[in-house]
Design a protein around this ligand. Structure first.
Ligand SMILES: *Cc1c(COP(=O)(O)O)cnc(C)c1O
Length: 381
C-alpha cells in the first residue's frame, strides 16, 4: 500500500518538463529578447527545416496554431462553400469547426471502438458526388488506417488533410515503410499548444506537405496571400509562429523522441495493472502504427459509474479527464447540419464510457502506482 500523501499529480506536468530543460530555454529566450527579432526570425526558419527533416517531409510551413493550420489547408486546396468534407465526429472541436467556418459541409462519420479513429467502412458510405476531402484525425497519438483511406481518396479523387495535432512523431508502417503521420496525405496539420506532445510556451502550429505547388500556396495564405511584400495575389490570413516559440520548439524537438519513449513507458506501466481487470479496456495497439500516447484513454465497463470514479479520484488529488464528452455531431454549433445516415453508435458510446488518466513526459511510477491503487480502491469498494 502506498501512503496517501500529496502526490501532486497533473494531467500534463509542464512545470517539471520545463525544469529539466530550463537552462537552454532561458538562454535562448533571452537571446531572442536581445535580438528583438520577434517575427520571422532565424529560429522560425531553422525550426521549419529541422521539423521537415525529423518528419522526412519536403515542406513545413509554420503558423499561429493548429486550428489555423486546418483552415489554411482547406483554403490552400481550394475547397469551396458547399463542398463536403468527411470528418470524424469523435475529435477535438477545431477539426470540424474550421469546416463550418469556411462554409464547407462537415459530413460526420463514426469511429472504430478499438482505435477511436475514423472508420473506413463509414467513410465509404458517406462519399457522395460533392465530397472533396477527408480529414483523418490521428486521435490520442495513434495513426488512422491511412492505407485504406489513401486508396479511397485515390478511387474517388479526394484530398486528404491529416489532423496530426495529437500524434506528432507517430510512425505509420501500413505501406511497408515507416512514415510519420501528417506526411501521408496531401497536407498534414499540427498544433504546438503547450500540452501537445511537442508544445511551445504559447500558441503555435504547422502544415506539412510534399507538394511543392501547394507549399507555395499555403505559405502565401498564411501571410495575407502575399507573393512578395505588399503584393497580395489571393485572400489569405495572418497566421505566424513567433521567433520565441520557434526557439523553444527547436529545443523541444531534440527531446521529442525521448518524450515519446517516456509516454510509451508510462502507458505500458498503466497497462500492466489495468490490463488485468475486466472493468477496463486498455488502449488498443494497432499493428500498423506505434502509439505516441498524447492521451492514455481507458474504456470503462458498464458496471463503473464514470462520474463517481472521477469524483473519487479528484478527492485524492488525482486528475482524470473525459475526451470528449460531447462529440461534434451533437454540438449546438452544428445543429443545422442535416443528420447523416451514419448512426454514430460507436462515437456516442465512447463519449459515455471513456476516461483519460494523467499522461506526460515526467510521470513517475510512484504517481502511477498511487493512481492505479486508487482506481482499484474505487472499483473494489
Ligand atoms: C489541439 C487540437 C487542434 C487545434 O490546435 P490549436 O493549436 O489549439 O488550435 C486541432 N485538432 C486536434 C485533434 C487537436 O487536438
Amino acid at each position: 500500500m502506498i501512503e496517501e500523501k500529496k502526490m501532486n499529480i497533473q494531467m500534463v506536468d509542464l512545470k517539471s518538463q520545463y525544469a529539466n530543460i530550463k537552462p537552454q530555454i532561458d538562454k535562448v529566450i533571452s537571446e531572442v529578447l536581445d535580438s528583438a527579432q520577434f517575427i520571422n526570425g532565424e529560429h522560425v526558419k531553422l525550426f521549419q527545416t529541422e521539423l521537415a527533416e525529423y518528419l522526412n517531409v519536403k515542406h513545413v510551413i509554420t503558423c499561429a496554431n493548429g486550428t489555423d493550420a486546418l483552415q489554411i489547408a482547406m483554403m490552400g486546396l481550394g475547397l469551396k462553400p458547399g463542398d463536403e468534407v468527411i470528418t470524424p465526429s469523435y475529435t477535438y472541436i477545431a477539426t470540424t469547426e474550421v469546416i463550418g467556418l469556411l462554409g464547407l459541409k462537415p459530413v460526420f462519420v463514426d469511429c472504430d471502438t478499438n482505435t477511436f479513429n475514423i472508420s473506413v467502412e463509414q467513410i465509404k458510405k458517406a462519399i457522395t458526388k460533392n465530397t472533396k476531402a477527408i480529414v483523418p484525425v490521428h486521435l490520442f497519438g495513434q495513426s488512422c488506417d491511412m492505407k485504406s483511406i489513401l486508396k479511397l481518396a485515390k478511387e474517388y479523387n479526394l484530398f486528404i488533410i491529416e489532423d496530426n495535432a495529437q500524434a506528432i512523431g507517430c510512425d505509420y508502417n501500413g505501406f511497408g515503410d515507416l512514415r510519420k503521420t501528417g506526411t501521408i496525405g496531401n497536407v498534414g496539420c499540427t498544433s504546438f499548444f503547450p500540452s501537445k506532445n511537442l508544445g511551445c510556451f504559447g500558441d503555435g502550429g504547422a502544415l506539412m506537405t510534399n507538394d511543392d505547388d501547394l507549399a507555395i500556396k499555403l505559405r502565401m495564405i498564411a501571410n495575407h496571400g502575399q507573393s512578395k511584400k505588399y503584393y497580395h495575389d489571393i485572400v489569405g490570413c495572418n497566421s505566424r509562429l513567433d521567433n520565441i516559440q520557434a526557439a523553444v520548439l527547436r529545443i523541444k524537438l531534440k527531446e521529442l523522441n525521448s518524450y515519446i519513449l517516456n509516454r510509451q513507458k508510462a502507458a505500458n506501466y498503466y497497462d500492466k495493472f489495468l490490463g488485468k481487470s475486466e472493468f477496463f479496456s486498455i488502449p488498443f495497439r494497432s499493428t500498423d502504427s506505434n502509439h505516441v500516447f498524447h492521451q492514455y484513454t481507458l474504456k470503462l465497463s458498464d458496471e463503473i459509474n464514470r462520474e463517481e470514479l472521477i469524483k473519487y479520484l479528484s478527492q485524492k488529488n488525482i486528475p482524470a479527464m473525459i475526451y470528449y464528452p460531447v462529440p461534434a455531431h451533437k454540438q449546438k454549433m452544428f445543429s443545422k447540419i442535416p443528420k447523416s445516415l451514419n448512426d454514430m453508435k460507436n462515437t456516442n458510446w465512447l463519449s459515455e464510457r471513456v476516461i483519460s488518466l494523467p499522461m506526460h513526459t515526467e510521470l513517475s511510477t510512484d504517481q502511477q502506482d498511487f493512481t492505479v491503487q486508487n482506481i482499484f480502491n474505487f472499483v473494489n469498494k
